[in-house]
Ligand binder design. Structure first.
Ligand code: ATP
Length: 213
């Protein structure tokens, strides 16, 4: 069995730089259990990661660093230019990410779990298992600015990644719940914290009702 389907599961998603990690951290402060699929993907492709043998076999050792991790930069550029190769990499990683996500979720002692999944709506690997979809939203201009500041990227680079993700409208249309992450967290966190706290309480109630079913 890979998943306890009775577990109340929230799929937290949003476009690049919308603030998924920032908001997930606020949920964690409230005591929520977080499973971050980005962290899992990093671990799988780090030195001694579970995905390294298959990556080496299928793509060759030249896609590994000398230390034995996946060369993330090289692989990112390669699959960006070769969509079929991207599918091959995903065929290795996605089942492992799914399995590891469920393994971690089952260790949770909370009554609901938040799965942070950047491409929840694009890939469909975890979406069917989610009880609700929580979208972290902000205006595109803010999204671009944040990623430019954080990654030192050009606007064009950020827009190129955004092109590979569903549109803001599609994401909002798929949402059961939305957190608007527009306010500057360091000077004006109150609104954000309220949105998180309200949803955390609602999820606890829903999860309890789910357990009694
Ligand atoms: P990615 O899709 O790239 O993983 P993400 O959606 O997880 O990104 P974060 O990493 O949480 O987004 O945020 C992107 C950047 O914007 C970070 O540098 C973060 O500190 C900053 N940021 C996010 N939300 C806010 C906010 N409300 N106020 C100030 N800075 C913010």
């Amino acid at each position: 069995m890979i998943n306890n389907f009775d577990q109340f599961s929230i799929g937290l998603t949003g476009g690049i730089g919308c603030g998924k990690t920032t908001i997930a951290n606020l949920f964690a402060e409230q005591g929520a259990s977080i499973v971050d699929t980005d962290i899992i993907a990093h671990q799988l492709t780090a030195i001694n990661g579970l995905a390294i043998p298959a990556i080496c076999e299928q793509f060759g050792a030249n896609f590994l660093t000398t230390a034995g991790a996946m060369d993330r930069q090289k692989m990112r550029e390669y699959v960006f230019a070769h969509p079929t190769e991207k599918k091959r990499l995903e065929a290795i990683l996605h089942p492992m990410i799914k399995q590891e996500s469920f393994n971690l979720a089952q260790k949770s002692n909370q009554n609901y779990v938040i799965f942070v999944v950047p491409l929840l709506l694009e890939s469909n690997i975890l979406k069917p298992h989610m009880s609700r979809i929580l979208v972290i939203d902000c205006p595109e201009t803010l999204q671009i600015q944040r990623v430019m500041n954080r990654n030192g990227w050009s606007e064009q680079q950020v827009r190129a990644v955004m092109q590979t993700q569903v549109s803001r409208e599609t994401r909002l249309a798929a949402a059961d719940d939305i957190i608007t992450n527009e306010d500057e967290i360091h000077t004006n966190a109150q609104n954000l914290k309220q949105q998180v706290s309200r949803l955390h309480s609602a999820y606890m109630v829903l999860a309890n009702a789910n357990m009694k079913k």
